[in-house]
Design a protein. Structure first.
Ligand code: UT7
Length: 332
């Protein structure tokens, strides 16, 4: 009997209009365009402005576009999973708000918290629900409003992050396309290097925690950088080896967009040239769970049915992983 796989049948992205350039950051902290560009590859990022605008705005924009594009009635959706570390509220889940906004009346929904690897975790989970036959249509959202937790007085973090995200539709197929393999990892001992100090149950919000600026993302950049380079390259090489893929078999690497130098190291280890690497870090920066679907969205018109694609990410937690997928459709 043929195996049922989960295949991506549509992708859509959503970014806010406001563009925060390196030039504008120069007026906010002691930095310059040359440093940011050469150390990260980022030129600008998007910022979601306005009172009461949370990550669900990004997710709703992406899912609405996805439903239209794929001619899908919202009532057909079985499940929505949203990967994010910047939920609208600690609870309820942002996925619930997105489901309500798009009219997905027959869907249940939940959030996944795995920082920059969140989209990989959620895509793996969603695929399992399809493969078992439990669900027919699952939407995976990766979205973050990082500007809500970025300290715009800290030049080591405020230059890399931005707001945005995307969504994919997963459906069953009996063809040899779709999610072929997944490798996911966690190392909780990495928490001291990338975390938010207050606002959780260990250290609830007080006037003191606000004054101490403890509700922002804290990162020891160079330590995270070293772990990211090693682990993203290793996991990408390993998923290729265990699926007997040589570099010439891989059509695209879709790397988490945290730093161009981490992306280059991963591509080198896989033996893949820059022409096969999806990159949009220069215009969106690091949107955490949003980077992978935003890349697929930007490059969708270049993807062909059967293309071997390797997704890879590393981030807070630490979390990291890789997914091997065969693209399911030709440009429409
Ligand atoms: O996506 C989630 C996971 N996160 C990541 O993957 C991020 C990984 N880390 C990075 O991408 C890099 O570590 C950063 C881009 C955050 C920082 O780059 P770096 O090359 O690791 O710089 P550094 O922190 O080692 O700092 C080098 C120097 C320091 O000056 P001194 O001590 O050598 O005088 C910093 O103070 O660069 C200075 N610096 C800056 N200078 C101008 C740090 N940030 C800036 C800045 N502008 N924005």
């Amino acid at each position: 009997m043929k195996k049922t796989r989960a295949v991506i049948t549509g992708v859509e992205g959503w970014v806010p209009d406001y563009v925060l350039t390196n030039k504008e950051l120069e007026t906010m902290v002691e930095t310059n365009d040359e440093w940011i560009t050469s150390r990260t590859g980022i030129k600008e990022r998007r910022i979601l402005k306005g009172e009461g605008q949370g990550t669900s705005v990004i997710g709703t924009g992406a899912v609405k576009g996805l439903l239209e594009k794929t001619n899908t009635d919202p009532s057909e959706i079985d499940l929505i999973i949203c990967a994010t570390v910047t939920p609208d509220m600690p609870f309820p889940a942002t996925a619930n708000i997105i489901a309500d906004n798009v009219g997905a009346k027959n869907s249940y929904s939940f959030d996944v918290s795995a920082a920059c690897s969140g989209f990989l975790y959620a895509l793996t989970m969603g695929s399992q629900f399809i493969e078992t036959g439990m669900h027919k249509k699952v939407i995976i959202v990766g979205a973050d409003k990082m500007s809500a937790i970025v300290d715009y007085t800290d030049r080591t973090t405020c230059i890399i992050f931005g707001d945005g995200g995307g969504a994919v539709l997963l459906e069953p197929t009996d063809e040899e396309v779709g999610v072929m393999d997944s490798l996911l990892h966690t190392d909780g001992s990495g928490a001291p290097f990338l975390h938010m100090k207050a606002g959780g149950s260990r250290k609830p919000a007080t006037a003191d925690t606000v004054a101490a600026r403890e509700h922002f993302a804290y990162q020891e950049g160079s330590t995270v950088f070293k772990f990211a380079v090693t682990n993203m390259a290793e996991v990408s090489a390993r998923i290729m080896a265990q699926n007997n893929l040589k570099s010439e078999d891989v059509a695209w690497l879709v790397p988490h967009q945290a730093n161009k130098r981490i992306i280059d190291a991963t591509a080198n280890r896989m033996g893949i040239g820059p022409e096969k690497v999806m990159m949009n870090i220069e215009k969106y920066g690091n949107t955490t769970a949003g980077t992978l679907p935003l890349c697929l969205w930007d490059y969708e018109s270049q993807l062909k049915k059967g293309d071997n694609i390797i997704l890879a990410a590393f981030g807070g937690g630490f979390t990291w992983g890789s997914i091997y997928l065969k693209w399911g459709y030709d440009p429409k």
